[in-house]
Write a protein that binds this ligand. Structure first.
Ligand SMILES: O=C(O)c1ccccc1NCC(=O)[C@H](O)[C@H](O)COP(=O)(O)O
Length: 213
């Protein structure tokens, strides 16, 4: 590690207690899930209300699955998102980044080293495990990537590790992969869609206290 603090994103916020824990314990980003089939789905109006309670420098990430322009326009009309996290093709991600004038993070499903991109054409890539065959959503499945695939990987662009992280395993994940930033949803929940403030506190602390690999 180079001494730079690991970035932390807490994804799938739906209620005030979770949001306040993210602010209090120093998350860098919070995520709102605008995918209706998710247990973490939040409407644009609900996200606007929650976002109004943010203090400090925490940044708001909006997560979309293959969105058309109308959906993005409707949400951005209500909530001033700082970043768009997308599950879509690389071409569409670049198009959205240009059209909406906001940084885009693209999710990359990974099952082997051959899936690791050599180039990044958006602001950051989220390296996640490929979802299970019968999954009803492309992320947020509490499924863990084989971290060894990323050992020694230095892509030369910004990236973030996601998938199956929790307060107990995050420091080891950072130590093995060298991830500059981590993303969690299921691993800090007390029930689907409900975040645990205690788990958020422990996750953020442990993400920034990497184990010796
Ligand atoms: O959380 C969801 O329900 C979801 C729905 C559709 C696309 C992505 C979704 N979540 C993505 C994330 O929360 C994270 O980026 C990441 O996949 C971590 O998830 P988890 O394994 O639950 O920590």
């Amino acid at each position: 590690m180079d001494g730079v603090q690991t970035g932390v994103k807490i994804c799938g916020l739906t209620e005030e207690a979770g949001l306040e824990a993210c602010v209090e314990y120093g998350a860098d980003w919070i995520g709102f899930v605008f995918f209706e089939r998710s247990p973490r789905y939040i409407s644009a109006l609900q996200a606007k209300a929650l976002a109004s309670r943010i203090t400090g420098s925490i940044r708001k990430v909006g997560l979309f699955v293959r969105p058309d322009d109308t959906v993005l326009e409707r949400v951005l009309d209500q909530v001033d998102l700082d970043i768009l996290q997308l599950y879509t093709t690389p071409e569409r991600a670049v198009q959205i980044q240009a059209k909406f004038g906001r940084p885009v993070w693209s999710s990359i499903p990974v099952a082997s080293q051959a899936d690791l991109p050599r180039l990044c054409t958006v602001e950051r890539l989220l390296i996640e495990p490929k979802p299970p065959v019968h999954a009803t959503r492309p992320g947020g499945n509490a499924q863990q990537l084989n971290w060894d695939l990323l050992h020694g990987w230095q892509p030369g662009y910004s990236w973030m590790l996601a998938g199956g992280l929790n307060p107990e395993n995050v420091s080891q994940a950072v130590a093995i992969t060298g991830a500059p930033a981590v993303d969690v949803s299921s691993g800090v929940e007390s029930a689907p869609g409900i975040k645990s403030p205690d788990a958020i506190a422990r996750f953020i602390h442990n993400a920034r206290s990497p184990a010796v690999s």
